[in-house]
Design a protein around this ligand. Structure first.
Ligand code: AMP
Ligand code: ZN
Length: 141
């Protein structure tokens, strides 16, 4: 299956076999491999084979395939590593901390007391502000 590529993209190079990875699995639309900067042992990535940077531009069916691959990897992580939990994380744009602009879902095993900065305290929001933003979103859905 043909898909868009970017010659300067590190994940496109991995998909093309031009640079190595610890490949977990591969199917028509996706590939999964180990993250080389793991937040915890077992940190892996489910990656679209095509070069689409973010969730707003990737075709819906490809995003679904990436999610299915993330699920397969998460099941393997849970079975083999028995972590305290698993986070799936997907960043869009530098403002969200995305460093590789080629869509991927992180599969992050979690350990009690680890220092992964993903969780936050619940602070009740202002209901009028929530409703005002809700109306803006509803208007474009
Ligand atoms: P993000 O910041 O959400 O775009 O995540 C990009 C992830 O890709 C980071 O966790 C990096 O550690 C990881 N990464 C970058 N280059 C490679 C590579 N060559 N092989 C495996 N993982 C990589
Ligand atoms: Zn790419």
């Amino acid at each position: 299956m043909s898909h868009p590529t970017d010659a300067d993209c590190i994940f496109c190079k991995i998909v093309a076999g031009q640079i190595p990875c610890f490949k977990l699995l591969e199917d028509e639309r996706t590939i999964a491999f180990m993250d080389i900067n793991p937040v915890n042992p077992g940190h892996a990535l489910a990656v679209a084979k095509g070069h689409w940077p973010t969730v707003d531009v990737i075709p819906t069916e490809v995003l679904g395939a990436v999610a299915a691959t993330a699920q397969r990897v998460a099941k393997a992580v849970i079975t083999a590593l028995e972590p305290g939990g698993v986070n799936l994380l997907q960043a869009n744009g530098p403002g969200a901390g995305q460093s590789v602009p080629h869509l991927h879902i992180h599969v992050m095993p979690r350990r009690p007391g680890d220092a992964v900065a993903l969780n936050w305290d619940y602070v009740p929001g202002d209901r009028a502000e929530i409703e005002a933003v809700y109306r803006r979103l509803k208007a474009v859905l």
